[in-house]
Design a protein around this ligand. Structure first.
Ligand code: GDP
Ligand code: FO1
Ligand code: CA
Length: 329
């Protein structure tokens, strides 16, 4: 069985671990958001790709959910001692090696998808003793960056745009997000293998990742939404919003900026049903959001509620199988 998953970082990687558990023999391709990417200290950092790679490869710091386990911060300390900015983005010593390798390979002319494959050789080849390791593919090899427009009384326009990482990490998503822009999205192309993974899949899954800054950019890559609409496989999405709030993170600070209410039903309708120009066949919400089911069904979606907390891969596998069964029977 071939499965294509659209995903971001922390939520996406927990979900993919559930996919692995639910379909141990499947070929799984994860199309990962790269609009969180940022260049700092001359290094190309791909947070969602790295979170996915370290998580599936057993190298993630489980408490933070990003970066390496048993990390040390000596290089960052030295940069701070030189007064080098930005000091608000923590780059651990072990993690820095990944960014050094990635940047060197990019500078040598390799595309991000090839670099990702090379990095994953270390992390995923024997990760779970499967014949077929998970394949991580960036949504695009081209540069795309999420920027968030916030109020700034000092600016002539009264507003300014900051990189998503500045909004998320430095500003803790506290300023009102007036607009979320994916700079470069219009002109980017899907990375090699992305459209093929979708068109040949027997199952397409949308992880419960952030709808605005994780799934949003992936669907925004020209050609990806059309490929999902045309896919022969059932397309099943899972809500990361439970009881009117994200399970973790700050998606509630960004959804209003794209005009979507912070509730599971509204996110499902935002993705929409395939017959109504959307991308989903089925939308699975938590039991706390069962009240949204009639509205979702009215809009042509197969909809169901179940426990969507990804406490461990087995629990995630259970709700994935449940959702897929509904969409396919
Ligand atoms: P990021 O890129 O690291 O921000 O991670 P993702 O975008 O992949 O995932 C973040 C989203 O995952 C958040 O909006 C969360 O609400 C959602 N999420 C995290 N844990 C859970 C969980 O246990 N269950 C569900 N349904 N969603 C979750
Ligand atoms: N998140 C933080 O809250 N603070 C950090 O200093 C930080 C550094 C960092 C370095 C590498 C990396 O791959 C991720 C990192 N993250 C950090 C997580 C990241 O900023 C965001 O959570 C994601 O981009 C949202 O998906
Ligand atoms: Ca992300």
């Amino acid at each position: 069985m071939q499965i294509a998953v659209l995903a971001g970082g922390v939520g996406g990687s927990r979900f993919v671990q559930g996919v692995r558990r639910a379909y141990p023999d499947a070929t799984v391709t994860v199309i990962v958001n790269t609009a969180d990417d940022i260049t700092l200290h001359g290094l190309h950092i791909s947070p969602d790709l790295d979170t996915m790679m370290y998580s599936l490869g057993g190298g993630i710091d489980p408490e933070r959910g990003w970066g390496r386990a048993e990390e040390t911060w000596r290089v960052g300390g030295e940069l701070a001692a030189y007064g080098v900015e930005p000091s608000w983005f923590g780059l651990g010593d072990l993690d820095l090696a990944t960014h050094l390798v990635r940047t060197q390979m990019l500078d040598a002319g390799y595309p991000l998808s090839t670099v990702t494959q090379a990095l994953c050789t270390r992390w995923l080849r024997d990760a779970d003793q499967r014949a077929q390791p998970v394949q991580l593919v960036p949504m695009t090899d081209d540069r795309v960056e999420t920027h968030v427009v916030i109020d700034d009384p000092a600016a002539a326009s009264g507003r300014r745009a900051v990189h998503f990482q500045e909004y998320w990490v430095k500003l803790h998503a506290e300023p009102e997000a007036r607009q979320v822009l994916q700079v470069g999205i219009d002109k980017c192309r899907p990375a090699p293998g992305v459209l093929e993974a979708i068109s040949t899949a027997e199952l397409v899954l949308l992880a419960p990742s952030n709808p605005v800054v994780s799934i949003g950019p992936v669907l925004g890559v020209p050609g990806i939404t059309a490929a999902i609409r045309a896919a022969k496989a059932p397309v099943v999405g899972f809500s990361g919003i439970i009881g009117g709030a994200p399970v973790l993170g700050m998606a509630h600070r960004l959804l209003p900026a794209i005009g979507v209410d912070v509730d599971a039903g509204s996110v499902g309708l935002h993705y929409g049903a395939r017959p109504a120009d959307g991308v989903l066949d089925a939308w699975i919400v938590d039991t706390a959001d069962a009240g949204a089911l009639p509205r979702l069904r009215e809009h042509g979606l197969i909809a169901a509620s179940t426990d969507l907390i990804m406490s461990e891969p087995a629990a995630t596998a259970d709700f994935i199988q449940h959702g897929v069964k509904l969409a396919t029977e």
